[in-house]
Design a protein around this ligand. Sequence first.
Ligand code: GDP
Ligand code: MG
Length: 718
Amino acid sequence: MKTYQTDQIKNITLLGNSGSGKTILGEAMLFNGGMIERRGTIEGKNTTSDYRPIEHENGNSIFSTVLYTEFQNKKINILDTPGLDDFSGGVISSLYAADTAVLVINVQNGVEVGTEIHFRHAEKVNKPLIIAVNGLDHEKANFEKSMEMLKQRLGNNVVIIQYPVNEGVGFNSIIDVLRMKMLSYTKDGGKAEVLDIPADQAAKAEELHAALVEKAAESDESLMELFFSNDSLSEEEVRKGITKGILSRGMFPVFCLSAKYNIGVDNLMEFIISETPSIIDLPAPKNSKGNEVKPNPAGPASVYVFKSSIEEHIGEINYFRVYSGKITENLDMVNSNNGTKERLSQLYVCAGKNRNRVSELSVGDIGAFVKLKNTKVGHTLNAPGNDWKYEGVIFPEPKYRTAIKAQSESDDEKLGEALNKIHLEDPTIIIEYSKELKQILVHGQGEYHLNIMKWHLDNIYKIPTNFNPPKIPYRETITKSAQADYRHKKQSGGAGQFGEVHMIIEPYEEGSTEVSMQKIGGKDIKISVRDKEVIELPWGGKLVYVNSIVGGSIDARFMPAILKGIMEKMEVGPLTGSYARDIRVYVYDGKMHPVDSNEISFRLAGRNAFSQAFKNAGPRILEPIYDVEIMVPADRMGDVISDLQGRRGMVLGMTSEKRFEVIKAKVPLAEMNKYSTALSSITGGRAMYTMKFSEYAQVPGDVQDAVIKAYTEEEEEE
Ligand SMILES: Nc1nc2c(ncn2[C@@H]2O[C@H](COP(=O)(O)OP(=O)(O)O)[C@@H](O)[C@H]2O)c(=O)[nH]1
Ligand SMILES: [Mg+2]
């Protein structure tokens, strides 16, 4: 296979709502490049991109797919993405690997939920974007309405390069106001016949041409001056302006397509080859040293793995993009994430599940390797002697969770392995083995996302599982001071046991200090701090352990045993068995026996004294609170806020951004169960949200009662 040089390579990602025709467009691009002999269809389950069993089952894309094609002796790498927001991981990593996003619009519907969401993803990473209005052959095609919606929702940088002459059934002609030509297709599509603009279209074409020229001029000062002095620009000058406009996201040009009939696709490919940015034009990525890595063919070899997958008969495949130098077969590289040496024994370029062996890849190109030992998505490989790492793909935080259990215990180990593989292929599925909750938790982007995962467990891995409600990691703490004495004594037969501990416990707050006098039950107890230990608890919060023994009533050598006893109770809180936190303990008095005192005795005395004191110290249950940020269209804001209030949420603020409102709130995790599904039904799928752990807070009294009741019932059952 031919080696393409950096200036011969363009990387695009296809974005857009589910059903807009991304996969079919990718198929047409492969066909036009001579990569495939006939175009597959969704219904025929034979497209290059949707090759996985779940995609055949569902009739749409679930994973992102790497494709490539050739056009005019240049290479276009294409990343086809899933349209549903639950699978945004594939969209985000594809945006990372691509230089330009092609936003596909279903012209029957115009701007849909997924259109807006994908547009936001591209906006977030400042990715240049062009628009392909697809499906113009459809009887319900409505280009005018789609344009109106595009301008209204995506703004005035949307500018027409093409419009359809005869949308609807029989659609075959497009006016291109950049070239000022008409593109006409036969019923087989493919290559356009380039004709003069017919008289009846001249006025409209002129008007749109003028608008395009003006927009192109805006992107460059010298073009603007030329435009003012000559009142027009040459096609070459307009193209220069468009290229600049796309690069700065000052322009989102619109093209016309029927991907199904392969109409307009050749022209779009030509435009991508000639006008969209390549790796050379885009801001260089930064390495771990904060230095820009210029796309230098003579530089040290460096690649970033943006996607991993597991394929039948082959195993793990890693897809990478070359950031510097030249990648050749049998090159020795070092994984800078874990220091492993890797030899690139086999190098491929991929179109779906089809792989072609290559011997060399240039900067900017996308390829794949197999059989690496320790390299996974997110890793960087460098020529030996270099330890660059890139900032990398930032996947969205999980926002939906469930507990999972194999139906048969004998599948437990197999389930663990399968879940690890699933995470490798889709980093937005996160597996957590919670010792605390005694559950395996699976975190993802939504209910549908996890149902698809379950489909894979059932059908591919053949492991029947059940989803269960995830438990909440509650915490326990106290709200006031309390005192307890406990004597542990066993003196019947054999060696005796004796230990007596007097302690006071109080709530610990960050920055607070020990007090010298405690008033307990009307009695003043003097405290003199001799020693203290601040323990950072592994589950969050602190325990402060204060030794204020006076007159040697307990030997210092027994203090660790008392602490051990306290910690046993901190790990299994007295209310619900949850971890306890934020408590200060003063051990201020006690008694020893000259013969019978030992560590065990003091451990038990410490544990029981602590437990008693805890119960009298106004114990409270704490629950995890999450910071939730919701982007919502203005007309649905009221509904979303009242729903949040029903979830014990506290709305902190609202701000307006370009095309939507942003609500910030704090919501208990216990109330966020199935939120993605609920939000979607309130807003017709038009909202997006993120959630992130914020802090622990006390639960209201009625919730506390309910939680304790549920815990007690569960304990009784066991
Ligand atoms: N009429 C018509 N149907 C199309 C066109 N492009 C795609 N489709 C159909 O729309 C459906 C969804 O297409 P697909 O490529 O899977 O959309 P994706 O979800 O964006 O990848 C399929 O049934 C396609 O056959 C088009 O240009 N015209
Ligand atoms: Mg698709």
